[in-house]
Design a protein around this ligand. Sequence first.
Ligand code: BGC
Length: 253
Amino acid sequence: MPAVTVDPSSIIGIDIGGSGIKGAPVDIAAGKLSGERIRLVTPQPATPQAVAATVAELVGQLKAPGRLGITLPAVVRQGIVETAANIDPAWVGTNATQLFAEATGREVVVVNDADAAGLAEVRFGAGKGRTGVVLMLTLGTGIGSALFVNGVLVPNTELGHVELDGKGDAEDWCAASVREHDDLSWKEWAKRLQRYFRLLESVIWPDLIIIGGGVSDKSDKFLPRIDLRTEIVPAVLENEAGIVGAAMVAAER
Ligand code: BGC
């Protein structure tokens, strides 16, 4: 049998979401997946132990060596999970780095999902070559945010949880999941986004806003209805940004 050749520049990126856990080896220099992408269903309930077991299974199936960069939809400081807005509450206080390292036997770095997606988008996508303050927002089940100053990430900004119009968390009013759940038209949803983006630009004054998440490829349905002083563009890396960004963090730490 011929020997299996493995690209030494590959690191594995793993993106943990509410419905799926996706992973692939990543070519960090090119910002692209360098091998097969595998998706496993997120176990329910998505407790730390259950998710770690699924991540270990995924790593086994990928058959690629190397360090792991893993995203979680939560605030992660020094490997410790601090919040659980859209994941099982048992995550709060979990040392996620240690949990995944023990489950997989690999070196692990854990990062917030929006921060990972933003890193990839700023390095290789819609923010490439841009200086100044760049704000990436991911519109999905919740709303994630990643803030960059001249390409440097300010980690764990949680701008989906700012209070909007006295209605509570912005993500409970403006996330893409809310549009689907409440059967809002694109026009109705855009009105909500307009209020939200106006609020953010009035307190952060970014030079560029990038809109990511599953809806970024349908941005023609809502971005033309948004009127801001800030330039606003869709993300271009689509649903691989989290995997690529997670691997970038693992490579650079
Ligand atoms: C969480 C963030 C996460 C975002 C997107 C929010 O509810 O608080 O940490 O980045 O959802 O998944």
